[in-house]
Design a binder for this molecule. Structure first.
Ligand code: BDR
Ligand code: CA
Length: 303
């Protein structure tokens, strides 16, 4: 499967990228970066660092730096760490970004791989909204957009009603749900069913000392956040569950509905049903034991 990951790495993004690089069924055509867990320059630098560490070889195209209509952005340091990769205080700046920006890269790759390219968006949806604006044919050229984001009739994780990726650019997400893209939404309904425990990370570091050890280290900080908010002793596989939906939708259950994103007021970022919008396949369940086993197995393929 030809895949581009649109990402804001980000601790759980790092696991998803590690899995994507390892999976033989995925041909990773690029990473596009966006603000979210970090500023965009940090997302791009982290993406290049992670590719180097995991032995991946694809362009990193830098994307949007601000949400639609915003003049500033404040990243979630308390969740993903000061540089986006847990407690790491500095991240080596390896290589260079691709000459094209994210939206132009997405548009061109969708044209060149028309009907074949899947985009897995695991950050705010600004680059996807920009690509739709740039090329009216983007929606029909793309095979599918698989989103990690949203909370459909379940509680949010950044506000009581909103999931973080949708919350960080609600107008962009709303434009994406209004478009003709074929969309699979893997939101909190599904991702909160998964759990990676501290023991899972110990096992990763044993099976793959270099990559698994790195993932264990960066997840220490992320696990600390989840512990501090008293949610669970472990962390959900948000971004890697969306990645798994790209290759194995049969492991998920879905409900279909048009969607709208609330863009003002206390409910900003909430994803609600809207029958006037094109249908979105919303993941409502996932084979959670299978998903955790996939993460463990893919990491174990590394040194
Ligand atoms: C999403 O928000 C970010 O913190 C994670 O990387 C994930 O993409 C979960 O709500
Ligand atoms: Ca993310």
């Amino acid at each position: 499967m030809k895949l581009i990951i649109d990402t804001d790495p980000g601790v759980d993004d790092a696991l998803a990228i590690a899995m994507a690089v390892a999976m033989p069924e995925i041909e990773l055509l690029g990473l596009t970066t966006v603000f979210g867990n970090t500023f965009t320059y940090q997302s791009s630098r982290n993406a290049r660092y992670l590719l180097n560490l995991f032995g991946g070889d694809c362009p990193v195209a830098e994307g949007a730096t601000l949400p639609y209509g915003a003049t500033t952005y404040d990243p979630a340091d308390e969740v993903h760490g000061p540089e986006g990769l847990g407690a790491m205080a500095t991240v080596p700046d390896i290589g260079r970004n691709h000459a094209e920006g994210a939206a132009a890269f997405l548009v061109r790759m969708a044209q060149e791989n028309s009907g074949e390219l899947v985009v897995c968006a695991i950050g705010p949806l600004t680059n996807i909204a920009d690509a739709l604006k740039l090329d009216p044919a983007f929606a029909s050229n793309l095979k599918e957009l698989v989103i990690m984001g949203g909370a459909f009739e379940v509680p949010g994780n950044i506000t009581p009603l909103a999931e973080a990726n949708i919350f960080h650019d609600a107008p962009a997400a709303d434009a994406v749900f209004a478009s003709d893209l074929r969309i699979v939404m893997v939101g909190l309904n599904a991702t909160m069913q998964t759990l990676l425990t501290p023991e899972n990370f110990v096992d990763m570091s044993k099976s793959a000392p270099k990559v698994g050890g790195f993932l264990r280290e960066i997840h220490e900080f992320y696990l600390g956040f989840y512990r501090s908010v008293g949610v669970m002793d472990g962390c959900p596989m948000h971004d890697s569950t969306a990645l798994l939906a790209c290759i194995a939708p049969e492991q998920f259950t879905f409900q279909t509905s048009g969607l709208r994103v609330i863009c003002t007021g206390d409910a900003i970022g909430q994803t609600v049903a809207d029958a006037s919008r094109p249908p979105v396949r919303i993941a409502t369940g996932v084979a959670a034991t299978w998903a955790v086993a996939q993460a463990m197995a893919q990491v174990a393929t590394y040194d």
